[in-house]
Design a protein around this ligand. Structure first.
Ligand code: NAD
Ligand code: UD1
Length: 340
């Protein structure tokens, strides 16, 4: 029988791409999402691309009444927990909201796992937990949690602690923590991607708003870092590769003996801000207007992953380049601009 996966936040950017990959791999998918940062149309787009419509519950993951209903009716083999709030700037202004949503969603799911005998949960963590570590590349066994600069990052770290403690204390409970680096790109169809409602903080969504003329220019935050071109280096991973990492992690967790495993999901390669701008210009035949501005507070000069553990234990191998991601993201935003 096909395994059933509950995907929280399954209509969001990474969740929707993961749902498609799960459906392509014959998993039964149930989505719970309260649409706080996504649109119901994504469900139709998933159906158009995959030919399958997953079961969908429009609800907050903290709503235990709805969770009880789902867990009572369906046997859930595993949970992939994407739902949460992710805007770094907003988390500084509304810390209690971020702690509430990002921690209490997980607590509610853990309660259901115990009550209904669900043994597996995969959690969306972030490279942000490496904090002020400067030893590169980041490996999973490094110390984390020191020098995290905002409540969003703290909630990721606290979730990691919570999930590890849960797995240790309970018999036969399995946790995989996936630390994402910088997801970019979109689905090749142009139907799924990321289009934040407000002025974005992250590089690629900002580049896209400039590319379609919604913002006048990009400000590159500092060109005086100790890097080859002076701009910061990050590990940008195509969302399709990242999504596939979840399918591999799921296959691992369903037969896992260990209680908790952690995997970095990046490409293992860093690109500078200017390399992203040039790649974007080259593949899309445009010239993005940009200016060099001051450094952004809290930015590290470089962040990139070691993905050796994911390679060895999950068979994870990213296949897309930053050029693919720039092409796919622009294709999505051109089709999407002015809608929703
Ligand atoms: P997203 O905002 O596009 O997706 C999150 C989804 O969760 C949205 O559809 C939203 O409506 C839903 N949601 C939020 N709170 C909810 C709640 N209480 N109940 C039900 N649904 C809720 O974000 P994303 O980029 O797809 O990120 C997915 C996860 O990965 C998040 O936990 C995020 O923190 C984490 N992450 C993202 C990045 C990134 O750069 N995108 C990097 C590292 C980690
Ligand atoms: C940021 C957050 C991090 C969070 C991650 C994913 C900060 C300090 N860090 O990381 O906590 O986990 O997003 O949500 O907010 N850049 C520009 N101009 C822009 C936007 C970005 O030059 O308008 C540069 C940044 O300086 C950085 C790179 O582009 O060097 C990538 O930035 P971003 O997409 O915000 O990701 P992170 O800095 O990795």
């Amino acid at each position: 029988m096909n395994k059933t996966v509950l995907v929280t936040g399954g209509l969001g950017f990474i969740g929707s791409h993961t749902v498609l990959d799960l459906l392509a791999n014959d998993y039964e998918v149930i989505i719970i999402d309260n649409l706080v940062n996504s649109h119901i149309e994504v469900l139709d787009h998933i159906a158009t691309i995959s030919g399958k419509k997953p079961l969908f519950f429009e609800a907050d993951v903290r709503n235990e009444e709805v969770l009880n209903k789902i867990f009572k009716e369906y046997h859930i083999d595993a949970i992939i927990h994407f739902a949460g709030l992710k805007a770094v700037g907003e988390s500084v202004k509304k810390p209690t909201l971020y702690y509430d949503v990002n921690i209490n969603t997980t607590l509610a799911l853990l309660k259901m796992m115990k009550k209904y005998n669900c043994h597996n949960i995969i959690f969306s963590s972030s490279a942000t937990v490496y904090g002020e570590s400067r030893e590169l590349p980041f490996t999973e066994n490094m110390n984390v949690g020191v020098g995290i600069k905002n409540p969003y990052g703290e909630t990721k770290y606290i979730n990691e602690l919570l999930l590890k403690d849960f797995a240790t204390s309970e018999d036969d409970m399995h946790v995989i923590l996936l630390r994402y680096f910088n997801p970019i790109g979109a689905h090749k169809s142009g139907l799924l991607g990321e289009d934040p409602k407000d002025i974005p903080n992250n590089l690629m969504p900002y580049v896209l708003k400039v590319a379609v003329g919604e913002l006048d220019h990009l400000t590159v935050f500092g060109d005086d870092y100790d890097t080859p071109d002076g701009t910061c280096i990050r590990d940008y991973i195509h969302v399709l590769d990242l999504a596939h990492g979840h399918v591999l992690a799921l296959s691992k967790i369903l037969g896992m003996k260990d209680k908790c495993e952690i995997y970095n999901l990046g490409t293992g390669k860093g690109s500078s801000v200017l390399e992203i701008v040039h790649a974007f210009n080259n593949v899309n035949h445009i010239k993005l207007p940009y200016v060099i501005g001051p450094r952004r507070e809290g930015d590290a000069a470089m962040s990139f992953a070691s993905i050796e553990k994911a390679r060895k234990e999950l068979g994870f191998e990213p296949i897309y380049t930053i050029e693919d991601a720039c092409l796919d993201a622009f294709n999505f935003i051109k089709k999407h601009v002015g809608k929703e």
